[in-house]
Design a protein around this ligand. Structure first.
Ligand code: MLT
Length: 325
């Protein structure tokens, strides 16, 4: 047994040494970034913009793989078990911190299954509805939801998703549970909202701005202290009568645990370059968000953010007692 363990330890050190050796010439082949939600949604949109700019900087193709389901934990699990060689990455959001408490049987240990690359952006949320929903403003939406609490439907991207979290905050702000309809992402949920199959959704501006400006969905509020430049006519939740219902969706880039520091540092540098790319800056602005500053696009900043957010949401979730499993 001792001999076997010694052999395994040597083998593991050889493997890690091999990954470190490869770090010198990284990247040599296509990199995959896993998005833990369906294609066409807000996290997919952000990831494809950043991946395109990082691909230019690294001189290597980057492909996006959508692994939706279970509020983002399936995609995160896919990366947690991937080879720590820098060729499989994860772009995930606040859901990484909430799912650490919401899911008691996660396939990975959130704080020990990943290496960190950096923060990417922090996206405001909007409370929106199908365009023919009756209420004209947030106050009357709240009254309408309370009066029709057994029939009004609220779409989300599964327990632990940003849309689920914001939906929970809305329901607790109006002290009324509503019927929730889960999807693999708010991309497909938006299709049903446009089609009138669901009534309300709380979703990121990166998925709603175009529809709001196009008049194809109704917007009641943004969850930020101030109105957004790109949506000047949409009041804040404070203005609309739900003071304190504020939330923004931070996003981070991760790699599997054991990925060499040389590689995560190289990726962090590339992320910093990508977040200054004129196309990324312009597109983010059109979608109501901004790139994270250079100092936050670092492994240390993302690690600190994840740790503090797990600590922040744990008591709130435990108090609500609503677990995913
Ligand atoms: C998505 O990309 O579909 C969203 O980020 C889902 C969510 O968290 O609401």
């Amino acid at each position: 047994m001792k001999k076997l363990l010694a052999t395994l330890a040597v083998a593991a050190s050889f493997t890690l040494a091999a990954y470190s050796a490869d770090a010198q010439t990284y990247p040599e082949r296509t990199i995959t970034v896993v998005v833990p939600f369906a294609a066409g949604g807000p996290t997919d949109t952000v990831t494809r913009l950043v991946a395109e700019a990082m691909s230019k900087d690294l001189g290597q193709q980057i492909v996006v793989e959508n692994v939706g389901g279970a509020g983002g934990t399936l995609g995160a699990g896919r990366v947690a078990s991937a080879d720590p060689d820098g060729y499989t990455l994860l772009l995930h959001h606040i859901g990484m911190s909430t799912s650490a408490t919401l899911y008691r049987k996660l396939a990975y240990d959130t704080l020990n299954a990943f290496e960190y690359v950096g923060l990417v952006t922090e996206v405001p949320m909007t409370i929106v509805a199908r365009k023919d929903l009756e209420p004209a403003d947030l106050k009357s939406l709240v009254e309408y939801a309370k009066a029709n609490k057994d029939t009004v439907t609220v779409a989300n991207a599964g327990i632990g998703a940003a849309s689920h979290l914001c939906g929970m905050l809305f329901m607790s702000a109006i002290d009324t549970p509503l019927v929730t309809v889960p999807y693999k992402g708010t991309g497909p949920a938006m299709t049903d909202l446009l089609g009138g199959q669901v009534d309300i959704m709380c979703d990121q501006t990166t998925n709603t701005t175009k529809q709001i400006l196009g008049g194809t969905i109704k917007a009641y509020a943004v969850t930020t202290p101030k109105r957004l430049d790109v949506l000047p006519d949409v009041p804040t939740t404070d203005e609309g009568g739900l003071p304190g219902m504020q939330v923004a969706i931070w996003h981070g880039l991760y790699a599997p645990k054991g990925t060499p520091t040389e590689i995560t540092e190289r990726l962090s540098k590339s992320l910093q370059v990508a977040l200054k790319d004129p196309n990324v800056v312009a597109r983010f602005a059109e979608l109501g968000t901004t790139p994270s500053p250079e100092a936050d696009a670092t492994p240390a900043a993302l690690k600190a953010k994840l740790e503090s957010e797990i600590t922040r949401w744990q008591p709130i979730i435990e108090a609500a007692g609503q677990y995913a499993d």
